[in-house]
Design a protein around this ligand. Structure first.
Ligand SMILES: Nc1ncnc2c1ncn2[C@@H]1O[C@H](COP(=O)(O)OP(=O)(O)O)[C@@H](O)[C@H]1O
Ligand SMILES: [Mg+2]
Length: 382
């Protein structure tokens, strides 16, 4: 009896083994169409329950990667593992993966309940049992009351909820979503972002989500993979990507940034005849003489004008003089565009209640930033 109590059941052992190690592993995955690579050398590991977003411009290889994970495309090279099992060439219907596309792809002749029950019925589940599970999945997406409706009687957002219920009804090991909110208007998209995130958390699902919308990626993700030209340019949390972008491309894609290109000289960056200190963490990463850029976020810039109070002007780096070219009121903040005498423009964000907010177009000002706040990245452009 004590043995029975102390020995984990087979189900527990299975659960424990499944919980071990990453849920999804991609290793050197590539896909060629004809002579050219649509996806090159993609590798990452996802822990169970992680929400990964692939973010990048159109044509950068996001859907191709997703379709290889789903099994709709065979990789030209590399390996894909799901819960420890090599699935690289396994048929899609053997993969236990749920998928949601941008066009809801519901069956028009089946009602909502039958649409959601469909994946269970093709897996051989009895119709009554499948209907009960489908009803539970519909409750989860808050559409229990529309079970008897047909897809065309539902709004776009509701149809996408049905598609989501259908993707999760068989408790897949992995949920893939390819721009699922792309067809919805902004308000509805924001509501759906939160509900998808909540449902994924509730089910502890591992999710790979594709979007080209950076805000959507920031709202939803635990991890973000920034795609550029068929490869992952940077992989990390939203905070990593925002605070430590590895390239101009990433800085440009996530958030707003001032990008100052120059040349490394004695461990600092020379731009337009002035030398800017670089963050300590970047020291030694780029050699003297090489081209590089500093990334300064608009909210990291200190603006000093005749309205500033001496004690609020916190100048922590070199000051650059300039003239305010434009002021934009954003409600909680002002955005200033400052034409600097050194020849570049700096965008500044100032909270509305600060005295600097009184500054107007045409006024002379100075801008500065703390070297530790900014990022240094390579630049091959002149
Ligand atoms: N079936 C295909 N045949 C040939 N080229 C393709 C095919 N599918 C995608 N591509 C190409 O692969 C690249 C990546 O496409 P895709 O993965 O759809 O990008 P994304 O989803 O990031 O917009 C694009 O250049 C696209 O034209
Ligand atoms: Mg795509």
């Amino acid at each position: 009896m004590s043995t029975a109590l102390n020995t984990p059941s087979i189900a527990d052992q299975f659960a424990a083994r499944e919980a071990d190690g990453p849920a999804l592993i991609l290793e050197g995955v590539g896909k060629k169409f004809g002579d050219s690579y649509a996806v090159r050398d993609v590798s990452f590991e996802l822990e169970q329950g992680t929400f990964l977003t692939m973010l990048g411009p159109s044509g950068s290889g996001k859907s191709t990667t997703l379709n290889m994970i789903a099994g709709f495309l065979d990789p030209t090279e590399g390996t894909i593992r799901l819960r420890g099992r090599d699935i690289t060439t396994l048929l899609p219907n053997k993969r236990a993966i749920g998928m949601v596309f941008q066009n809801y792809s519901l069956f028009p002749h089946l009602n909502v309940l039958r649409n959601v029950a469909f994946p269970l019925e093709v897996r051989g589940m009895k119709r009554r049992e499948a209907a009960a599970k489908a009803a539970a999945a519909l409750e989860l997406v808050e559409l229990g009351h529309r079970a008897r409706a047909f897809p065309k009687e539902l709004s776009g957002g509701q149809q996408q909820r049905v598609a989501l219920a259908r993707a999760i009804v068989f408790e897949p090991d992995l949920l893939l979503m390819d721009e699922p909110l792309g067809a919805l208007d902004k308000r509805l998209r924001e509501t759906m972002q939160i509900s998808i995130k909540n449902i994924a958390e509730q089910l502890n699902s591992t999710v790979v989500f594709v979007t080209h919308d950076q805000e959507e990626a920031l709202v939803m993700s635990d991890q973000i993979a920034i795609y550029n030209d068929g490869g992952i340019e940077q992989y990390g949390t939203s905070q990593d990507l925002y605070e430590n972008p590895a390239s101009i491309f990433v800085a440009d894609f996530i958030g707003e940034s001032n990008i100052l290109r120059g040349q490394m000289s004695q461990g600092a960056l020379a731009v337009g005849g002035q030398v800017f200190p670089i963050p300590t963490r970047s020291k030694g990463r780029i050699s003297d003489g090489d081209r590089a850029a500093i990334i300064v976020r608009p909210e990291q810039v200190t603006l000093r004008s005749r309205h500033s109070r001496a004690d609020t002007a916190q100048v922590k780096g070199p000051e650059v003089q300039g003239t305010v070219r434009e002021v934009i009121y954003l409600g909680t903040a002002y955005r200033f565009y400052v034409s600097c005498d050194l020849g570049f423009e700096i965008e500044v964000r100032v909270r509305r209640h600060l005295p600097e907010g009184e500054t107007r177009k045409g006024e002379r000002v100075s801008v500065s930033w703390a070297p530790e706040d900014i990022s240094l990245v390579p630049s091959d452009e002149a």
